[in-house]
Design a protein around this ligand. Structure first.
Ligand SMILES: [Zn+2]
Length: 268
């Protein structure tokens, strides 16, 4: 059900003028109204403050991010990876075809990559090699403290985070029996840099599933904060068997993301 909603939003995003896009209007509410005529679609991050933080702190990320946004026209062409797919666009003349796009096909189409480390495919991030080659050494995420309600962004180191998690998984998977251990199911929260209490800061998980910061949740080992519905979304879009209890689906999500980062790794 939620997926269908998301897809209808997606269609509006890609096929309607930005000003008619309800979700962007909503998410860009903290931007100055005067920017409405500016390219709203080029700031896919829901939180413009975060975008500024990234841009200010990491020119490399900003460069990549600009490169990512310039590829967005291919989104409206659907699967633009093969030239053969392009003729479909010539058949799409004007807005008359907007309502005619099949919902099932829309799910296969590309989205705007929600983060520099995410791809244009739902719930798929770039590989570790690719990210490091692009100079992306850390992954940023938004946090909120459940005690003081303070909000902040934090960076986690990509390579050391991956290596630590990978070795934990490979060393423990024989005892996991295809189910997430308790430390994943009930993750310890981070400590708050504002009210200085511990185990109280959790990542912000975007209401829009396609904008969930999967890599940040992986590296902070807080994927267990996702709902079963959100985890099933990940498995659905990464072609994983997605039935079962939360510990099973959460396990598949961890394994799936490890595999995305290191496609040749022994994750099963
Ligand atoms: Zn706090």
């Amino acid at each position: 059900m939620n997926d269908r909603e998301e897809d209808s939003d997606y269609l509006r995003l890609t096929l309607s003028p930005p000003r008619q896009s309800s979700c962007y209007t909503r998410y860009s509410s903290d931007s100055a109204p005067t920017s409405a005529s500016a390219p709203v679609l080029e700031t896919p991050w829901p939180n413009s403050t975060t975008t500024r933080l990234i841009a200010a702190s990491s020119p490399l990320v900003e460069t990549l991010w600009s490169g990512t946004t310039t590829t967005t026209p291919s989104i409206t062409t659907g699967r633009g990876s093969t030239p053969a797919a392009r003729p479909r666009r010539t058949a799409a003349s004007g807005s008359a075809t907007v309502g005619g796009a099949a919902p099932s096909r829309a799910k296969e189409e590309r989205i705007v990559a929600p983060y520099p480390w995410a791809t244009e495919r739902r719930a798929v991030v770039h590989s570790l090699d690719y990210l490091l080659s692009q100079g992306i050494l850390s992954i940023r995420g938004d946090l909120v403290c459940k005690r003081c309600d303070g909000k902040e962004s934090r960076d986690v180191d990509l390579q050391s985070g991956f290596l630590g998690l990978s070795s934990f998984f490979l060393g423990s998977k024989d005892t996991m029996h295809d189910r997430a251990p308790k430390v994943w199911m009930v993750p310890r929260l981070l400590d708050c840099g504002l009210c200085h209490q511990s185990d109280c800061v959790k990542p912000v998980i975007d209401d829009k599933k396609r904008r969930i910061n999967w890599l940040f949740l992986l590296l902070t080992q807080t994927l267990g904060l996702c709902t079963l519905d959100q985890l099933k979304y990940f498995c659905k879009h990464t072609k994983k068997h997605r039935t079962g209890a939360k510990d099973r689906v959460l396990y598949l999500t961890y394994v799936g993301l490890l595999k995305q980062l290191n496609p040749s790794g022994p994750y099963e």
